[in-house]
Design a protein around this ligand. Sequence first.
Ligand SMILES: [Zn+2]
Length: 233
Amino acid sequence: MTPRWPGSSHPEDDFEAWIAQRHQERVLDGSTTPAGPCPDEAFLQELARHSKQISLTDARVGHAANCPICMRRLLELRPAYQAHRRRLVLTAAAACCCLIVAAFVVLAHRGADTPHPVADLALIPETVDLWNAGTLRNDQPSPLQSVTLPAALVKVTIILPRYSEPGRYAVAVMRDQTGNDLLAQSSATATGNGDREEISVDLDLRKSKPGAYFLSTTHEQDQASYYYPLQIK
Ligand SMILES: [Zn+2]
């Protein structure tokens, strides 16, 4: 198990973070006895950076983890490091977005070159009714209804959940809710039909294997995404 510092953003690390927090409080109270002398500033900086150069079996790590002086210095050093890490994460996220945009440009370009093979094939009309999805009944969220679509070229009409905003929506089919493994994506402007908002998109699901997926809708204006369990048959 990798030792982690408190304040990790992973919920699964909450327990470890809690233990680390308790330990930290004891150290700062002076309830622990550090072994050996305090390491130098350079070492503490490396430690605050979680440098790979440092072995966790290093006696100085054990000291720093139990010494109130070293612990205070580590806590001072940490915010600067975390700001640096946030910048790295942002840079990585921006790079990801660029890749996604590039992929779309390539796909759009390819679509323009080929004389619409999609248009020659019959689209299977499907209706997905999300009207009652996510509404409250007796203060209990209604169970998310599962949507079923065939592994085919489908023209899906989605009845958006009650109270959905008008506007443009992106619709995607993916393996999991983190947006990994995007199978198909399309976007369309919602059309009002009585009091309901509907969107109609073409999705190419021919390459998807039968199984459990997610259908997501993202309102382009507020970027709020909703995920619905989807079965592909
Ligand atoms: Zn010390």
